[in-house]
Design a protein around this ligand. Structure first.
Ligand SMILES: Cc1cc2nc3c(=O)[nH]c(=O)nc-3n(C[C@H](O)[C@H](O)[C@H](O)COP(=O)(O)OP(=O)(O)OC[C@H]3O[C@@H](n4cnc5c(N)ncnc54)[C@H](O)[C@@H]3O)c2cc1C
Length: 366
């Protein structure tokens, strides 16, 4: 079989845009189909952890992320009053000019990936829902058009859309009965790096500087809890001085975005015929340790490497699973364990040890 020349991507979220950039930069023809007319550009933070920054640098957008975001080194776990509980190391994995990590606005990261993919020749079709992926040989859109491709990448997120000829192989999704409520707040001047703030019970918040003026906050809540500004202030009020002062920055009218936490991993290979699932379509990780995003982008980097080798489609799909399958399974287990501890901290809860285990797993590229 001839090498792959044309890739079709279903979904312009993080996984789809990163994969489109990787494939276009490898010299392939790329078409991306996104169901919604205005792509999602969340005004909330993303924590670009060391292995995610390494992979964004490999895709050629690392410097742009550094310019747009707030670089930092090392993260601290504090109690609600601001007392240091643990330091968590953040190794510098991206080479000398880069910081270890950075915070940035999620919508800005999606915009950088989209612009870079388009600059490499990828074509983005918005408001164009895909209804079939025809054995990886064509992408069929809701308007009935058929676009011939050599490989179809399904990057449509955790809920697999009905794709006529793709055998339904649903992923068992574990709803973890928790949600993160995100917002952008003014950056407190003392905030120079990401903080994990542990209140009482299972109240937990994460604050991430995203630029000189702003910081992202994400507060862990029971699934379905209210996310109004008043509710968030009330949640943080009794949790110690630092959490209370962050709550006070949460003004009426602050836009909040709520994300339920789920966990799931597609059993067996992530490909069928000529269709490969990537990102949350194949592995839904809780965002702990930044690995939901990092694993989605790692799919793209590995794909880009393999597409450059001009393998046949079957060879590429096998090589992809060899590099991604077991590694994603191990990282998935660590992130899911951290999410379960958030729900019910156990006597053996040891976040620094779990962070160290994760750091070892992702220290080298996939
Ligand atoms: C605000 C926010 C902050 C986050 N912060 C972090 C963080 O700090 N760390 C971390 O690890 N993770 C974070 N995450 C989670 C991380 O971004 C996820 O890993 C990521 O969203 C998964 O990307 P995806 O592209 O697989 O799926 P999605 O982002 O869900 O994208 C799927 C896309 O496919 C489109 N689509 C669906 N069906 C079709 C169809 N039939 N045809 C065409 N298009 C279709 C959808 O419209 C959507 O645009 C964050 C997510 C959000 C939203």
């Amino acid at each position: 079989m001839a090498a792959i020349g044309h890739v079709g991507v279903v979904g312009a979220g993080l996984a789809g845009l990163a994969a489109a950039l990787a494939a276009a930069a490898a010299g392939l023809r790329v078409d991306v189909f996104e169901a919604v007319p205005v792509p999602f550009a969340p005004q909330a933070h993303i924590d670009v952890v060391p292995n995610l920054l390494r992979d964004l640098a490999a895709l050629g957008v690392g410097e742009a992320c550094v310019r747009r975001g707030f670089p930092y080194h090392g993260l601290a776990v504090l109690d609600g009053d601001g007392r240091l509980l643990h330091e968590i190391a953040t190794p510098r994995l991206s080479g000398a000019p880069f910081p270890a990590c950075l915070g940035m606005v999620y919508g800005d990261l999606l915009g950088l990936l989209r612009d870079a993919a388009v600059a490499h020749g990828a074509r983005l079709h918005v408001g164009c829902a895909v209804t079939d992926v025809a054995a990886g040989e064509a992408i069929v859109t809701a308007d009935g058009q058929r676009h011939g491709v050599d490989l179809a990448l399904v990057a449509s997120g955790s809920r697999l859309p009905a794709l006529a000829s793709l055998p339904a192989r649903p992923m068992a999704l574990d709803e973890l009965q928790q949600q993160w409520c995100h917002a952008l707040l003014p950056r407190p001047p003392m905030l120079e790096r990401t903080l994990w703030l542990l209140g009482t019970g299972s109240t937990k918040a994460m604050v991430v500087p995203v630029d000189a003026r702003r910081a992202g906050i994400a507060v862990l809540q029971p699934l379905g809890a209210s996310s109004t500004a008043a509710a968030m202030r009330a949640t943080l009020a009794g949790q110690g001085r630092l959490l209370q002062s962050l709550g006070a920055l949460w003004k009426d009218g602050t836009q909040a975005l709520v994300r339920p936490v789920r966990s799931g991993l597609l059993e067996g290979p992530w490909h069928e015929q000529g269709v490969l699932r990537i990102g949350h379509s194949a592995h839904v990780l809780p965002p702990h340790f930044g690995q939901a995003a990092a694993q989605a982008v790692e799919d793209a980097v590995v794909l880009g490497d393999l597409l450059r080798l001009q393998l046949s489609r079957d060879e590429l799909l096998q090589a992809f699973m060899a590099r991604r399958g077991e590694r994603a399974r191990q990282v998935h287990a660590v992130a899911t364990q951290a999410a379960r501890w958030d729900l019910r901290p156990e006597a053996a809860t040891d976040l620094p040890a779990l962070a160290a285990q994760l750091a070892q797993l992702v220290a080298g590229p996939a």
